[in-house]
Design a protein around this ligand. Sequence first.
Ligand SMILES: [Zn+2]
Length: 365
Amino acid sequence: MRLAPVLLSLGLALGQLAAQAPSGVPSVRSTERSATKVAEGIYVIRHPDAPNGFPQGNTTVVIGSRSVLVVDSDYMPSSAREDIAQIKQWTDKPVRYLVNTHWHFDHTFGNGAYAAAFPGLDIIAHVETATQMVGWNAAWRKGFVERNAALKQRVEAGVDAAGKPAGDSARAAAKRQLETRERIWSEFEHYQITDPTLRFDRDFQIDLGNRTVWIKYLGRGNTTGDAVVYVPDAKLIATGDLLVHPVPYLAGGHPAELAAGLETIGRMDVSTIVPGHGEIQRDKAFLRSVAEFIRIVVAQVDKDFFTYGTSWGNVAKIKESVTAAIDLPGWRQRFTKGDPDNASFFDNFTYPGLIEAAYAVAWGR
Ligand SMILES: [Zn+2]
């Protein structure tokens, strides 16, 4: 549901955030790269946000005695290449499998760097994700070029988006934005954005040599084709954006099914959870909080849906009624810890988008 504008605005919104997180509070912003060994032969790489503020997904590296499996390839090709160089320091085994947890660009655009570095690589995605990537990936290239050209015209003419003369600060901001976008484009201009090569629709297992990895589909969630990757011997699961820390990304998708998927993970033998973004979780507390929040909001939307009528126009009324019925300030504080960047993320990508997504499901039943 309306994922495209949400996704396109995500980088812009994050790029505009300026305040720093209070010390000790996890932030939706990421300024540096880190690599953490989370179990024997398993590493998690976190990435700084892209130059335009677009977030970059976490990457999990699972090493077996014969081959390596990587979960999510990040956004910027240069970041993916940096990860590949690091993987080659950790092991001389080839990356044989790359799993895309979902189609969003911040988890998949590094695919081309892996395909170039590891001949024979299989890029694995759920059938829905693979189908969507073929369309979205082609559309991104065209759209990015067109938006750069339009921005360049505006900068040269000194006008704003409405075509009116822009003030000094607006002109400077547009110029900076153009420089950033051109820097990003310079990485993609001669780069092969790469689609999945292998599609699955249910669960299957891969033997990496002395280590079995499960690729699982837990139902629709953040998108229609989310994959999770489970390593039983390490009790580790990589969730993609079914879970995003510290503030859940809920502005779209299929909320009730997402909550059910998180609850399934809650019942699994898991002690390490790698979210799509943010800090590695060593218990299930955050996962359970997110599932609980979704359940509360969805239940209230389902109730109010019949109180206020079933036409799409009533979603505004339902936003009001749901907000009055739940402890929104408490939930907002629980996820954001009062940090302004986190709060901005919550207001743009968590709530009330969750209501719209739940309403869309109720409306479509
Ligand atoms: Zn993401």
